[in-house]
Ligand binder design. Structure first.
Ligand code: ATP
Length: 335
């Protein structure tokens, strides 16, 4: 194999740059040329390619975001779009494509391979950490630390004013990030999409804490928290998020002054942690190994701290199990 391409796609995650750097440097080490694709699949269709050499990836290991940029591309969801992409890659002489992104990006990579024969290898990068066949995805650790930092700062103001704070973390469908950050950040309650919660219990916790002298309370809520079966006394205003509704309800039921903080996109930004840089470096290099050894339609991941290669379909269709024991532990430790 003489030439491969690399792209970043879907939601950006801190550590994507470190992964691109690892792909480029490992490929050059192995005597293979690397083309960077700007703007994810949109850039493949447009032939927006840039030759990358070892100095193109200097000074990026510490940078958040992705210098190749990312994009959502609807045209790539069509067969015609993927054919166009394959033609562009063939024209450029690219024999293998490394896709750094989440499960949507992996689905695109799988279809591209099945329909056109272009060799594809996925590298998991998403702050949600919801991809099966890997314990960790690139960006998750940095986002977790960003949330923990935010919790600590909010706790300062919560204590000063004796308030309850509902903090909304990213996670429309998965609560891995919220659970990990909530546990490590010492949140009093953690509400996620995977587990039904009991509003009475959340309020009892706040009240019990207050009676025992706790002067603040942190309730960490994932965007897509499971709200089915909840009977709320307050009504949802138009377009009001779950976090605001929960905040209002806590105030109504406990009388505790409540504030809501939506962390939003700061969770995606920032310099990647050492752990994310390490993961990105290992997986980026492993993706090059995989493609050069003839693998295709695969994903590289980390299982029990060992690099493993899995079928990309298993990563897409597999369900990453929510750690109920960890959730239970978080509840126990927040008494
Ligand atoms: P994140 O988990 O951070 O959202 P993601 O990779 O899942 O990342 P998506 O927006 O779902 O992000 O997907 C990124 C791109 O991958 C899409 O814009 C589209 O071009 C391509 N893609 C997603 N789903 C499909 C699909 N079913 N078929 C073909 N291409 C797809």
């Amino acid at each position: 194999m003489k030439k491969i391409a690399v792209l970043t796609s879907g939601g950006d995650a801190p550590g994507m740059n470190a992964a691109v750097r690892a792909v480029v440097r490992k490929a050059i080490y192995d005597g293979v040329e690397v083309i960077g694709v700007n703007r994810g699949y949109a850039g493949v269709i447009d032939g927006d390619f840039v030759k990358l050499d070892k100095s193109s990836v200097s000074d990026i290991i510490q940078r958040g975001g992705t210098f190749l940029r990312s994009a959502r591309c609807d045209e790539f969801r069509t067969k015609e779009g993927r054919q166009k992409a394959a033609e562009q890659l063939r024209k450029e002489g690219v024999e293998g494509l490394i896709v750094i992104g989440g499960d949507g990006s992996f689905t695109g990579a799988m279809l591209l391979n099945e329909e056109t024969g272009i060799r594809t290898i996925g590298v998991p990068a998403t702050i949600d950490n919801d991809i099966a066949c890997t314990d960790d995805a690139i960006g998750y650790d940095t986002a977790m630390n960003t949330i923990i930092d935010a919790i600590s700062k909010i706790r300062d103001t919560a204590s000063s004013h004796e308030r309850a704070f509902v903090i909304e973390a990213m996670g429309r469908h998965a609560g891995f990030l919220t659970l990990a950050a909530g546990l490590a950040g010492g949140a009093e309650s953690i509400l996620v999409p995977e587990m039904k919660f009991d509003m009475d219990k959340v309020c009892e916790n706040i009240q019990a804490g207050y009676e025992e002298g706790k002067i603040h309370s942190i309730i960490l809520v994932a965007e897509g928290v499971e709200m089915d079966g909840q009977e709320f006394t307050t009504n949802r205003d138009v377009n009001e998020s779950n976090a605001f509704l929960i905040g209002k309800e806590i105030n109504e039921r406990t009388g505790f002054e409540t504030r809501v903080s939506i962390l939003g996109h700061i969770q995606r930004g920032g310099s990647p942690t050492g752990r994310d840089r390490l993961l990105a470096s290992r997986l980026g290099a492993a993706a090059v190994n995989a493609v050069l050894s003839g693998e295709t339609n695969k994903m590289v991941g980390l299982i029990h701290n060992k690099v493993e290669v899995a079928e990309i379909r298993d990563a897409i269709e597999g369900n990453k199990e929510f750690d109920e024991e960890l959730y239970e532990l978080a509840n126990i430790l927040s008494i």
